[in-house]
Structure formats: C-alpha cells, structure tokens
Design a protein around this ligand. Sequence first.
Ligand code: GDP
Length: 237
Amino acid sequence: MFTPQDPGVRIMSLFRHAVFETSVAKPINLPPASAAGPEIAFAGRSNAGKSSAINTLAGHTRLAFVSKTPGRTQLINFFRLPSGACMVDLPGYGYAAVPEAVRKQWRGLLEHYLTRRENLVGLVLIMDSRRPLTDLDVQMIHWFVPTGNPIHILLTKADKLSRQEATLTLRQVREAIAVYGGQVTVQLFSSLKKSGIKEAESVIGAWLEEEDETEEDETSGKEKPPAKGERAGGKLP
Ligand code: GDP
C-alpha cells in the first residue's frame, strides 16, 4: 500500500493543489532564494501552450489564467505546490507586437532568473510541436545549460499532428538536443487530450527527489556530490 511519503504518490500528485503566491516584475523583488524552496521554471514562446500545460499539470482549468491578465504577462508568476516547491511561470517570449523597451526588460528579467537563481532545480520548456526549437527557444537553452541543471521540453499541441508526424518531430528534436548529453530531454504533450502528464510528472518529480537527497546529504554532514553547476564547468557568477 502507498503511504503519502512514497515517492510514487508524491510524483503523481506533484502539481495538484498548486496555489498562486506572487508576481514579480524585477529581479530585485524576487523572494529570497534561501527561504523560497525549490523552483521549477516554465518558459515558452507566447501562444505555445504554456498556460494550458500548467493548468493541465495542476488539474486546474484557470490556475495560470492569472498570468494572462493584462499587466501580468511580463511578470514572473509563482505557484506554490503542497510539497513546498514552486512552479514558476516565466513571461512568454517572441510576441512580435512588444515594443523594444519591454523586450529589453523581458530579456533582463529572464536571463537574470535563469542564470542566477540558486534554488532553481530545472527548466520546463514549452514548444508548439509544429514549430519546435525556434531561435528564442535555443537562446533559452543556451542561457540555462551552463547552470548544469536539467531542461525538459514539452512538445505541446501534439494532438494537432498525425502519429507519424509526432514520431518524426520527436526524433528530430531528440537528434538536435543530443549535443547536450542527457541534460536536455523531450516528450510529446497535449493539454487538449491530457496526454503526456505522467511522463512530465515523473521527469520533474525526479528533479525534486534529487534535490531532497542533496539537501539531506548537506544536513547529515555526508560528503556532498559535485554541485550541478560544477558538473558543467563551474557555477555562473
Ligand atoms: P501560452 O501563451 O503559451 O500560455 O498559450 P496558451 O496556453 O494560452 O495556448 C495558446 C492557444 O493554444 C490557445 O488557443 C489554447 O487553447 C491552444 N492550446 C494550448 N494547448 C493546446 C493543446 O495541447 N492542443 C490544442 N489543440 N490546442 C492547445
């Protein structure tokens, strides 16, 4: 029988009962990393299906609606999970009608958050399965890879592809990210069909499990395995 402490149960219910906590416009307003708990960031081109994916994972039809309300689209939105971890919804990028000044602010906020946030355990990158790996998606990967933390790509709207097209797209993206070793992974996802949820939860759940183990080692005084950033050639400044 499962107990609530079982990793299987924790992973299956990872995103359920998420609650909106706060929105942040400037790096200086980010909650202190030391007190914030582990964070999992969600990023993607605007309209790729990020809000729908967050809602689907959370089993909540309007959770990420908050990030769609006027004035909030350029903010980082935090949703607290029952485990104490946070889902962090980053502003969508690539929206053509955005003035240059706003684009610059977006860039600064995202780059700062992705490259320097100490309690960030991984990045979920949402891409429309019909247009994966655009230049800005690749930019996000390049910002994040030096941290040594994992990236998991959700190829959303997979329901819009035939089975054959979906298999081909998955294979092409896998080939393109092979250069990052196992640090970047990919799967198909559909919010409409509710497919790919278990796979996403098990990948992201494993990041949090690994984080728990590292923390336990630190508190028990055991010799620490190399920090994630060290594996990839040193922490960022
Ligand atoms: P965001 O801007 O990245 O947050 O994108 P949204 O989640 O708002 O989705 C943009 C559009 O794509 C909306 O019209 C959604 O209904 C649609 N959409 C999102 N996910 C899916 C999906 O898995 N399948 C289909 N068919 N449409 C989707």
